[in-house]
Design a binder for this molecule. Sequence first.
Ligand code: ADP
Ligand code: ADP
Length: 228
Amino acid sequence: MSSIELKNIVKKYGDGFPAVNDVSLDIADGEFMILVGPSGCGKSTLLRMVVGLEDITSGDLLINGKRVNDLAPRDRNLSMVFQNYALYPHLTVFENIAFPLRLAKGKHSDDEIRSKVNDAANMLELKDHLERKPANLSGGQRQRVAMGRAIVRDAEAFLFDEPLSNLDAKLRGQMRTEIARMQRRLGVTTIYVTHDQTEAMTLGDRVAVLKKGVLQQVASPRELYEQP
Ligand code: ADP
Ligand code: ADP
């Protein structure tokens, strides 16, 4: 578990206007931080820089006080959950969840993998679906598999990129509750990107509002709600 600090982070694609412009933000150990703003405001870019999928043009990114700008994604040990789930269609639910553990070759015994996957499957109510393939799951179940894969890794932090936007309204509400509960239970530092106001106001400890690449405000949902 870890703190994440962004110090004057800038991202420029080519020589245009910066997609992310001088963003500074401290995310405390165990905190659930929401990143909200309209489409194109730089949310995904910011998240991809944190996870290491995108170079930082200038500024410093610190995880647990250590500068990680130049670390490869795998060495940052962050778990990202994507909008499209990014599951492997030919693998079972079990193997999809186990994938990051198998990738860390020799680090985990088969028993350990089985036990970690089963724990995650229990928490996410996937126990009866472990032998299925993603194509035979509902949208909500696929989302849970993606979360299962994130939680088995003992990652430093979870990064969510609009994870519920492909679900219908009812399921979205249900998954919202589940994600909040899972985050509280695991106490893992989380950054959650959304353009959905309800998610922004109900899920997190604090909300960071981004507009045209610039951080407008960072406040608790309550503070945002009560402001004139
Ligand atoms: P959001 O996630 O808030 O919708 P993005 O981070 O995807 O915003 O995009 C922020 C800005 O950066 C947008 O103007 C977008 O067009 C631009 N952008 C994003 N990715 C690239 C890229 N790979 N190359 C050039 N411009 C990009
Ligand atoms: P989002 O749902 O995050 O807004 P988009 O549909 O804007 O995603 O972007 C999807 C992908 O296209 C991202 O990987 C992003 O980097 C890339 N992208 C977005 N805008 C541009 C752009 N102007 N030029 C090149 N790539 C872009």
